[in-house]
Write a protein that binds this ligand. Structure first.
Ligand code: ADP
Ligand code: ZN
Ligand code: ZN
Length: 803
């Protein structure tokens, strides 16, 4: 078991400020996660080491035909797997899930001394050092020959310092000559740190734009904030939210403060990063998981310096150790990638950002065209518990104590309360409100939002159109080339949407480890076609014949990007398109490359999945097509409507952001669906009101609160029993409702059977933390019974988003 002591050994407690530790402790408590794991999440990888237990083959001890001696299949299996590794060794962590009866098998092998088990200690990241030369004395008074003087002159003329290796090249000199100069006291050769930070491409500098009226109103409110406040910047797509962020940050840097900008996925928003760099130059750094360990470590240390800076990062950057934080921004705050589903802590960056802003006493800006129900309720209706009303009631300092908050965000447990700042309240009776709703209802230059045409695909079929493109979308696609405009084609792809089945017997190719069908992937031209499992990443080549009945007639189903791409090539051979999805953007920098190609007009159409919805600002795009909205609408999840509305609105919002007006075409088999109608009318408010009503009626978030217990095991029976016993134990407790236990929507993933239990808290019975402790205690008690063995793993997902 991991101990807190481990943390203290590596990172001293006062290494960070008190606030930072309060935050870490809060996350640990709220998300039921050992402190060490929160610290690991917060710090760059490798800094707090994770030792690994490994098993290694002792080849010299193993007789020929060893397998025959072994009684257990597990032992044989372990032996085989170790042998398949070049160095004959394997981490327990990876070996164990693959071998049933691992422990027993391992013991047999250890007893015979055929394997050894050892612990591998991690190596922590270090600064990268490189030798450099520095000029001390240009040596004109010292006895030097001409050549040496020349070298010193070069060094002086170039600023007095240089990396050693490069300097040797430039001067065509040698290390021994330089050593001589060092002995004479003219230069110093020493090791200097090379910062490994992602610098990004060179961008042209940029000036602050003169703001629209709505933008300046929003900015004025933000500028007046002094200390903690929560701001919802609700700006329709293309309304200029980013410009507001930029201008809100600028004055902070002059006050020696730093800003933290959180975005859903950084690879998808190279444009956003560029815009920040154009404004703030090298004060901008990025922090996300695609950086290598060295880059993360160095960027992280740069933050600790306290130099005023702007950090743009994904989810985990909410823990950026900026000591002088002046503002936190969550852009696209509705996006579900701010939530971590696994591993623990299953935190939501918005919730943590909220706590952090309160602790650091700085404003938090939540920006979106389609705010989450949580943020809307808390800021707009002052609900998030009783607290919001109290703010307005003149006790601003109290800040929702005991409030329930949407996603947990509005609940404040911090004391002492931060003192009122000297500048803010004009009178002690009216402290500044802590929640602000700042709308940007129009696009820049009053450009219209794109009209949304909804196409009923049932009618298309009736009229004999069997293509995946409606007549309307077809003609719009044809016009793109004529008019030299660009378009985006959005495909919803998740889970079962693409699969291969046999036309003769109906057999569907499935993953051997998960209860899902394999998705068809088209790799690069000429490469073998692959079938892949989206859950465990299992891949196999595409079979020639049906594995069941040997029929050669295999058929692809669904509209993956792949399929759509084939259809496009067939129907519109002239149309140039770029695929933009997880297949084509796997390599580092691929997003940027593809988007640059598109922006340069090398294609008329960008075809892709979810990633198209995230903040792209492509002014030539006039057409957005949604191939089939139905996959989004029909998800068995209480958040399906909210997510569908957000996705469709966001993707439609990519159209018409430039001078030419845009248009969106949504194809669906259920045009009468309320989400579709709301998207068509651009009617966020009425959508959100009816959605809130439904959530309230059923006690779902943001009213009630949820905790999801996820159980899994290699053994189908024991996990089901364990789930049952936990559910029964919990059921006797008042104040919450137990839903389940139920099998997860996909029962088996990577050979593990998964069950879940949902705990639903009523808003009024809302748990203070001590009550949650009770839940935890009961779960812990269950674990001690033999019915819930340790082979059943259990994670507690607080405020779950994906079920
Ligand atoms: P949003 O983030 O709200 O979707 P953006 O910040 O991307 O919108 O702004 C849309 C476009 O309008 C961008 O190209 C941006 O440069 C431009 N823009 C923003 N504010 C202004 C302004 N005040 N004047 C002129 N152009 C602006
Ligand atoms: Zn078949
Ligand atoms: Zn699988």
């Amino acid at each position: 078991q991991e101990k807190i002591k481990e943390v203290a050994d590596v990172v001293q407690r006062d290494f960070f400020g008190d606030n930072y530790w309060t935050l870490i402790e809060r996350v640990s408590k709220y998300y039921y996660t050992p402190l060490i794991k929160v610290v690991r999440t917060a710090l760059p990888p490798g800094l707090v080491g994770r030792s690994q237990h490994r098993l290694r083959l002792k080849r010299e001890n193993i007789p020929n035909g060893a397998e025959e001696f072994l009684a257990s299949t597990a032992a044989r299996q372990i032996l085989k797997m170790l042998e398949s590794q070049a160095n004959g060794d394997y981490s327990f962590k990876y070996l164990k899930p693959k071998v049933k009866g691992f422990r027993w098998g391992k013991e047999q092998l250890l007893k015979r001394d055929w394997v050894e088990s050892y612990v591998e200690l991690p190596s922590s990241p270090r600064p990268k050092m490189k030798p450099a030369v520095t000029l001390i004395d240009d040596g004109f008074y010292i006895d030097l020959n001409k050549r040496q003087r020349e070298i010193l002159k070069v060094l002086r003329d170039r600023g007095g310092e240089f990396w050693l290796s490069e300097f040797i090249q430039i001067c065509k000199t040698s290390i021994s000559t330089l050593k001589t100069l060092e002995q004479k006291g003219c230069i110093v050769i020493d090791e200097r740190e090379v910062l490994r930070t992602e610098s990004g491409p060179v961008v042209v500098g940029d000036q602050a734009k003169s703001l629209t009226q709505a933008q300046s109103q929003a900015l004025a409110t933000i500028n007046q904030l002094n200390g903690y406040a929560q701001v919802l910047l609700h700006g329709v797509t293309g309304s200029g939210k980013t410009e507001v962020y930029l201008q809100a940050i600028a004055p902070l840097l002059n006050q020696n403060k730093s800003a933290l900008v959180l975005v859903p996925e950084i690879g998808l928003t190279p444009q956003l990063t560029d815009r920040f760099r154009a404004r703030f130059g090298n004060k901008v750094s990025v922090y996300h998981s695609a950086l290598n360990d060295g880059e993360r470590y160095d960027t992280w240390r740069q933050m600790l310096t306290g130099e005023p800076q702007v950090v743009i990062g994904t989810r985990s950057a909410v823990f950026a150790p900026l000591p002088n934080l002046g503002l936190i921004i969550l852009d696209e705050e509705h996006d579900s990638s701010f939530k971590q589903d696994s591993p623990i802590p299953t935190y939501h960056a918005r919730t943590v950002a909220q706590w952090r802003a309160e602790l650091e006493n700085c404003p938090l800006i939540l920006g979106s065209a389609t705010p989450s129900l949580e943020s809307w309720l808390s800021v707009r209706e002052g609900r998030g518990g009783q607290g919001g009303l109290r703010d307005q009631g003149g006790q601003g300092g109290l800040r929702d104590q005991g409030g329930q908050g949407g996603q947990g965000g509005q609940e404040s447990i911090f004391s002492p309360l931060s003192p009122p700042s000297p500048l803010s309240p004009p009178s002690p009776l009216s402290p500044p409100p802590l929640r602000h709703y700042l709308p940007l209802p129009e696009r820049i230059y009053s450009r219209p939002l794109p009209p949304v045409e909804v196409v009923d695909m049932r009618q298309e079929l009736q009229q004999g159109n069997r293509s995946i493109f409606s007549k309307s979308l077809q003609s719009a696609l044809l016009q793109l080339q004529e008019r030299r405009q660009q378009g985006i084609l959005f495909i919803h792809r998740r889970g079962h949407s693409t699969f291969v089945s046999c036309r003769s017997c109906g057999y569907v190719l499935e993953c051997p480890h998960c209860d899902v069908s394999l998705a068809y992937h088209h790799t690069e031209e000429g490469a073998p076609q692959l079938l892949r499992c989206h859950y465990c990443n299992f891949a196999r080549s595409h079979p020639q014949n049906c594995p069941e009945c040997s029929s050669p007639y295999l058929k692809f189903f669904g509209s993956g990007t792949q399929r759509v791409a084939q259809e496009l090539t067939r129907q519109f051979p002239e149309l140039r398109f770029i695929r933009f999805d997880s297949d084509t953007t796997r390599n580092k920098g691929a997003h940027r490359t593809l988007l640059t190609k598109f922006a340069n007009g090398e294609a008329e159409l960008l075809v892709g999945t979810q990633m198209l919805t995230k903040g792209l600002d492509l002014p030539q795009v006039t057409l957005v097509g949604v191939v089939a909205a139905d996959g989004l609408l029909n998800l068995s999840d209480y958040r399906a409507s909210e997510r569908a509305f957000q996705t469709l609105t966001q993707v439609a919002g990519r159209a018409g952001r430039g001078d030419d007006p845009g248009k969106a075409i949504i194809q669906t088999y259920t045009p009468e669906h309320p989400v579709i109608e709301a998207v068509q009318r651009h009617d966020y408010e009425s959508f959100i009101h009816s959605e809130l009503e439904q959530r309230q009626a059923l006690n779902y978030p943001p009213y009630g609160r949820l905790i999801l217990l996820r159980l899994s095991s290699l053994d189908a029976i024991s996990v089901q029993n364990a789930a049952q016993i936990i559910a029964t134990t919990l059921n006797s407790k008042e104040g919450f409702e137990i839903l389940g236990p139920a099998p997860a929507s996909i029962l088996r993933v990577a050979n593990r059977y998964r069950w879940q239990i949902l705990i639903k808290f009523a808003p009024d019975a809302l748990p203070q933390l001590p009550d949650w402790e009770e839940v935890r205690r009961r779960i812990a008690a269950c674990r001690e019974t033999s019915l819930c063995p340790s082979s059943v793993s259990l994670t507690i997902d607080v405020d779950p988003l994906h079920m």
